[in-house]
Design a protein around this ligand. Structure first.
Ligand code: FES
Length: 142
């Protein structure tokens, strides 16, 4: 199997069997995001305890890339310290904008690299990440 095929399978798997889909009740933060290019919307809800993303869910409609990316994101950030999540968001966005990921740093998320060939789809892949970033901003004092 080629790397492209493997990546396609990872994306399809997350699209057809999304992880952490739904709304968290109760949640500390709920944030809505939208892709301005297509109008698709996504909601992120999360609970943060002691500086750790204890739990997270996503809900919304959108293309396979946006849904798979959100599913992968929730898997990656659950149980991680907020500071680490902030670094991961930056690393993912950098990868989607053309920077090579540091070795092994992004794991399955690298399956989304192929999307870079289609600039309009980059917003699909980053929708959940940008929404999570805005949600985490609400945790910062001031
Ligand atoms: Fe709307 Fe991808 S086409 S999020």
């Amino acid at each position: 199997m080629s790397l492209d095929e493997l990546y396609r399978e990872v994306i399809l798997d997350h699209y057809t069997h999304p992880r952490n889909r739904g709304v968290l009740e109760p949640a500390d933060i709920t944030r809505d995001g939208a892709n301005p290019l297509c109008g698709d919307e996504l909601r992120i809800s999360l609970r943060v305890r002691g500086g750790i993303v204890e739990d997270i869910r996503f809900q919304g409609k959108g293309c396979s890339i946006s849904q798979a990316s959100a599913s992968m994101m929730t898997e990656q950030v659950k149980g991680k310290p907020v500071e680490e999540v902030v670094r991961l968001i930056a690393a993912f966005k950098a990868m989607m904008h053309g920077e090579a990921p540091a070795a092994d740093s992004l794991g399955d998320l690298e399956a989304l690299q192929g999307v870079r060939k289609f600039p309009v789809r980059v917003k699909c892949a980053t929708l959940s990440w940008v929404t999570l970033e805005l949600a985490l901003d609400e945790l910062r004092p001031g």
